[in-house]
Each structure stands twice: as structure tokens, then as C-alpha cells.
Design a protein around this ligand. Sequence first.
Ligand code: GLN
Length: 523
Amino acid sequence: MVAATGLLGLNATALAARLAAREVSAREVIDVYLDRIAAVDGVVAEGEVWSAKPAGELTPDEPHAYLAVTAAAARAHADDIDARRAAGHTLGPLAGVPLALKDVLTMRGAPTTCGSRMLEGWVPPYDATVTERLRAADVIVLGKTNMDEFAMGSSTENSAFGATRNPWDLDRVPGGSSGGSATAVAGLLAPLAIGTDTGGSIRQPAALTGLVGAKPTYGTMSRYGLVAFASSLDQAGPFARSVEDAARLQSVTWGHDPRDATSVPGEVPDLLAHLTDGVDGMRIGVVRELQGEGYEPGVEAVFAAALDRLSDLGADIVEVSLPHAGYGLPAYYLIAPSEASSNLARFDGVRYGLRVDAATAEEMNAATRAAGFGPEVKRRIMIGTHALSSGYFDAYYLQASKVRSLIAEDFRTAFTGVDALVSPTSPSVAFRLGDKTADPIAMYLNDVATVPASLAGIPALSLPGGLAAAPDQEGSALPVGVQVMAPLKRDDVMYRVAHALEQATGFPALPTGQRAVTIEEDS
Ligand code: GLN
């Protein structure tokens, strides 16, 4: 990847301050980002909406974060913000800051593919609530990011449009399914991004790319306009280069939405009021079941160092057991595919997206679905259909739902004794492209530490804890994430703990790995 300018190295809060002080215009910022995307990401920078090159034409040094770049709309939005600022209008706290949007959320006038051939060419006629709130906050959408097809995966290799690469080491995966959003922020192709997390798809890529990524409390981020994978789990959330940036982005996008039937009513807490209060006197639980066997030694070492830091900051560190957490992964891999098999039934070739014509409607449906879905999506549809079928429903789906209730109960019990829980985010550092594509179980094991919080609906965040060597490569240094979990609707506590740990950690904010981005201080 080529060198970037100093403006690109600024995190969102710093950039917003420079914009507010009129030291730089929103249009200048957008143009710097668009120039960099055009130069490095592997897009054809032509027309109002730029498209990513076909997978076969991408080169090994193109990260492929974006599927589409809404260049004309972003420039127009920037000009509008600059005009309103010049006219003395009051603008939001992140006004003029660019953002990359995962391609599972709709945005009027831009294609939404969900990383699938099934939706190729579909331009939604409406904005997701999250998109609408970003616009209301004057956050500028740069484009739509690559993802595992329909958000099913942990590496972004399941995208129908080719894999995204990790800016820390371009031969490795950025995690998934929100890998495009993670690479956009880590690769200095956007200062902020929105991803979605059903079982870990924000937290795991954040961990693997050295970012902060949060899954808010289920029901606090509107699912209106978010193409459904597993409706009882899906939640959008922020990617950022700092805890404060992530808290600011969540603050402008979350809260009740009457258009989402599962939206939590009532007020959401202020995420910034106590952000810097520290952890002195807090009780923080270490989850016994989310460590040990299966976690790389480098991950364990970084996690142990994080616990020492929290203790040095005055937190009381106690071991806590979530007795049913070990059943989280199998329960998740029944519940999520079951809901997916139902949700994905709507892609039938009739109203929008791909259609493969055939003699009868039924043959058309079958031919369209056979051509439109990739292998992992088909696997999930088959697992889910089986788990929901008569005769198997009680043994699989119902049983998994009971496990889910037990895990939620485990967390409730744990939070009667501690303010927050911590664990490693992912059992490994970023693995090599292709390493796990032939082994679905190995891929699913990425989610072992993230799915318990998903099943319980509680807020959970990953922040960088340090660097560790990849087990297969001497001298490598790759990011390791620490997960912070808090009780339902206590996202404020989650951010406060994460902020304290971040301040004590001193993580290198920008990729330092092999073939990583380099920064030149010229602005
Ligand atoms: N990796 C998990 C899966 O494949 C989680 C995906 C997600 O959170 N969207 O289902």
C-alpha cells in the first residue's frame, strides 16, 4: 500500500475538531480519502459511484475494502456541510467526518449487495435508519464495504466479490464478516466505519485489525434497512481507531426506532459523560470458560498483560464462571442458521436482485437460488432448514433456545457481583488467506468468545490489547483484541472500562506490520 498523508492518520475526534475550527474543509477531507481509495483499494474510479474491480483483476497489494464508493454523493454532502458551516449553522459533533458503511445496510442511490450475487444490481429505494441518522449527524458516507456473503463468516473470504486483506499483513484476513469495514479504518481508507455483529462480526475483525469495535446492546441500534441474517442477534455498531471515536459514533446512531419491532423502548445512556472516569474501585470479572485451550499463547499473554493493567488502575479483578458459555458456539450455530434459512427464503428472483429464468416459477426460484447463493450460505440454509423441520425442531432449535436462556441467566448472575466482564476477543491473531476456507468448523471456532454476549444480547466491545506473533511466522507482530462485556443497556460502563484500558495500553494506532500502510507527515 502506498504512503498516506498526515490528515489520514487523524482519528475521528481529532479530525472533527480540525473541521470545527475550520482548519480544513469537509470537501478537502473527502477528497484526500477518495484520492487514497482510488490509489490503493482496487476500485475503478469512474462515474458517480465507483465499483471495485472484478475479483480476478485485484492485485495482492490491493486491500479491497470497498465494493462501491459513493464519490459524487460524498463530495456533494461535504460541500453542503461546508456551506452550512460557513453560514454559521450548528453542526453535529462528528460533522464532516467520513465513514465506510457495511454493504448490508441500505443507502438510497447506492447498490446494496450483502457480498452476494443474489442482490447484484439492486439499488435500494430507501435509507436504513442507521444511514439516515449518520446523515442527520453530517457524517459523510464514502461507500459500501466488502463482507462475507449475507454476513456469514469470520474472514470476509465468503464474499462473492473476492476477499478483503488485512492492512497489517496483506497476506492475512481482516476477520469477518465486517472485514471491509475493519480494513477501511485500519488501512486509512476511512476514519470510521459501521459494521454489523450477529455472533462477533464487528468484534473479531476489530481484534484482528487493531481497532475498537463494538456490538451495542441488542435492540438499541435499529435493524430497519439492515438486511437480515439472524434477526434475534443482528446488531450494527461502530469501528474506530479509539474508544472515544467509537462511543461518539454509537451516540449519533443508536436509540429507539419505531420502525424496528425489536427496538428497545426508552432512553439510552450517555456514553460520553463518564467515559474518562476510570476503573478505580470497579469489580471486573475474568471469564474462566473463555480462555485456555484453543487460545494462542500470544493471545493469552496479551490478555494477561491487560488484566495487570486493569489491576494497576485500581480495578478489583475476580474470576467469574459462566457455566454454560461452553455451549454458546453450538447453540449459536443452530439458532443463527435457523433464522437465516427463514430470512433468506425471500430471495426468490421475483421482485428484485438476480433472476435466472426457467420454464416454471418453481424452477426459476430454484435456478436463481442455486446461482445466487455461495457455498457457505447454502450450508447455513440447509442446516437451518433441517433444525427447524418437524421431528427435529425440539431436538435442535428448541434445545439451542434453552441453552441461550441459560447463558443469558449466567450473565445476569455474574453481573450481580461484577461491573463488567473481560476475555480475549478471538482465540487467534489474523490467519492467512485460505488457511481455514476448507474447514468450516475451524472457521466457526473464531467465534467462541464472541457468541455468548450475542446470545445474551449484552453490549460487548473489542479494543486492542497489544501485539503478538503469529504462530506460523517468526518476527510477525499482529494485533490482539481484548473483549469488554457489560450488563444490558450499560454500554456506558463498557466504554468506560475500555477507555481506561486503552489509555494504559499505548497501542500503536496505525498498522506497523509487513507491507502495511506508511504515513508521511505532510499536512
Ligand atoms: N462468524 C459468525 C458467523 O459466521 C458471526 C457472523 C456475524 O456476526 N455476522 O455466523
